[in-house]
Design a protein around this ligand. Sequence first.
Ligand code: PAP
Length: 324
Amino acid sequence: MESSSVPVYYGDEYLTQETRDLLSSLPSEKGWLVSQMYQFEGSWQTQALLQGIVNCQKHFEANESDVILSTLPKSGTTWLKALLFALINRHKFPVSGNHPLLVTNPHSLVPFLEGDYYVSPDVNFSELPSPRLIQTHIPYHLLPVSVKRSSCKIVYCCRSPKDTFVSLWHFGRKLAPEETAGYPIETAVEAFCQGKFIGGPFWDLVLEYWYESRKNPDKVLFITYEELKKQTEVEIKRIAEFIGCGFAAEEEVSEIVKLCSFESLSSLEVNRQGKLPIIGIESNAFFRKGEIGGWRDTLSESLAEVIDKTTEEKLGGSGLKFSC
Ligand code: PAP
């Protein structure tokens, strides 16, 4: 590990010689939060997640009934893990009962595809109940072939670039204050806009899923954090229809939305204390503000303009717009 405070996905604990050889052939840059990031087929990754991507490209076999939740980091992953878990399992775990989300962090209920494949190439998801719900941050073009070929469903959620950046900025500073100290926010914004940020380039990778959802709406459902926040019930019903488990009762929808709200999840003991198993990230690091437009507390007007300008340049003509 590079540092004891850095979580497993930013370290090198499980890195194989094969990955080390691959890394030595790739362009790399000094990163923020990690000492090096690697450019792998159009995206910037940590060495750990890169190993996970390569492993799951080789070994992961999608089932026809799988539901894949895809996001860029800090775009609503935790929230959607909770919503999708509650939705898919609502007959097994009625929301009014002793629900697993009341005692388990959403990240421990839904596996992280490339994260698990980083730790071991022999991951076995076959024991997950059907439909399997699996989460990933993998760009569309790097998804395992079987995910694209099978009729499994992909729910993709993105978030306004300024809020995504700011959320990641605070996440890193909370997790690894020493590693991130001395890295000015101006430099981080510049790197983000150049795409040289963990999980980047933001706009190009969001657009891949955007265009795919336009081309193949039965395969990829494209949603945004902002719409999910503004009209959670409408969006969750859309997701339910898409994955083939529409709601019969309005009551059920509102109960799921309430259970998974920021206020509800962030106040639970399990999400306030302790660290997640294996990855070692503090559970409460996934719950900060949960707002639309929260970037205003962190970004100056001029830094916000830098990101807005990049957004205009990158998204112009795509039909995709962010409201904040
Ligand atoms: P990940 O991709 O690393 O898993 P992710 O869950 O996407 O992280 O991002 C965390 C963000 O989602 C935080 O945003 P903030 O920093 O702007 O506050 C977090 O607060 C927010 N979040 C977590 N749970 C919820 C929820 N139930 N409702 C709304 N936002 C949430």
